[in-house]
Design a protein around this ligand. Sequence first.
Ligand SMILES: Cc1cc2nc3c(=O)[nH]c(=O)nc-3n(C[C@H](O)[C@H](O)[C@H](O)COP(=O)(O)OP(=O)(O)OC[C@H]3O[C@@H](n4cnc5c(N)ncnc54)[C@H](O)[C@@H]3O)c2cc1C
Ligand code: FES
Length: 264
Amino acid sequence: MNNIYLSKKTEVIGIRKHTPTEWSLSLSIQTETVPGQFVMVSLPGVGEVPISVSGYTADSIELTIRNVGEVTSHLCKINPGDHLYIRGPYGNGFPLEEFAGRHLLLIVGGSAMAPVKPLIEYCLNNNNFQLEGMDIIAGFKSPRHILFRDEINHWKKKYNVRITVDRDEDYAWMGSIGFVVDYIKEVQDISEDTRAIIIGPPLMMTNSVRELLRHGVKEENTYLSFERHMKCGTGKCGHCRIRDKYVCLDGPVFNYNEVKELID
Ligand SMILES: Cc1cc2nc3c(=O)[nH]c(=O)nc-3n(C[C@H](O)[C@H](O)[C@H](O)COP(=O)(O)OP(=O)(O)OC[C@H]3O[C@@H](n4cnc5c(N)ncnc54)[C@H](O)[C@@H]3O)c2cc1C
Ligand code: FES
């Protein structure tokens, strides 16, 4: 039986480098995951960190890691054939039943594409799960920071995808420039029945929620995903607590109504 509280030794079976600081690792592990969940990843003698599941198959998961400090820098030096330890998956994931048959609008900032990617792939690949349509607005610092380029090209065949960059240092980018919030007004199918998900830096989430509400999306149809410092991942240590919410147990995905005092 799969015990989510025990760390399992898993082999790295593939590595993809997206940007100088962001990598995806494929790990040989069988686990059932809901899009939006995370796992605790540990390297003996280094430490343990929460990382979203950015993809999965029947016998593997993918993690996309941004090198920001002690543990993540070691994770980005790992090679195929190396081992690391995984426990989980933890957290609630996205409320898929809430999205069925609806127009879904995803507003994503940078490396937050990692938890959103399995949701998009679930919608694309699951014939029993139909949406009315999907719009994706994803923003990155510059063209060099864009993640999952191949997947994005594939998503564009079925969904409306807009990629925007804050700046274009090479003057070669033919796409949109500006913040994600600037492009919400261009989504054609936005309505009070739209289900919206916003994931990214705090200011981007605050501004995007305001703009969505101005365009008629209902508070109760808006979802956010939070990142907080975590230790246990299982509701024991209190590190991830925001008032009465434990991000590791009650989240990381929250309905806007549950957390609006925290971001306004
Ligand atoms: C639910 C969840 C899902 C996550 N998914 C991913 C993911 O898919 N990919 C990924 O790369 N990262 C993800 N993170 C963030 C990741 O856990 C942190 O970047 C990591 O813990 C940093 O550890 P470190 O030892 O490398 O950095 P440290 O040496 O501990 O810290 C380096 C710097 O990063 C900051 N930092 C540390 N933890 C966090 C955090 N949780 N949020 C924001 N800043 C932080 C510190 O304040 C410090 O400035 C997720 C976090 C959570 C809670
Ligand atoms: S990480 Fe310990 S309670 Fe959430």
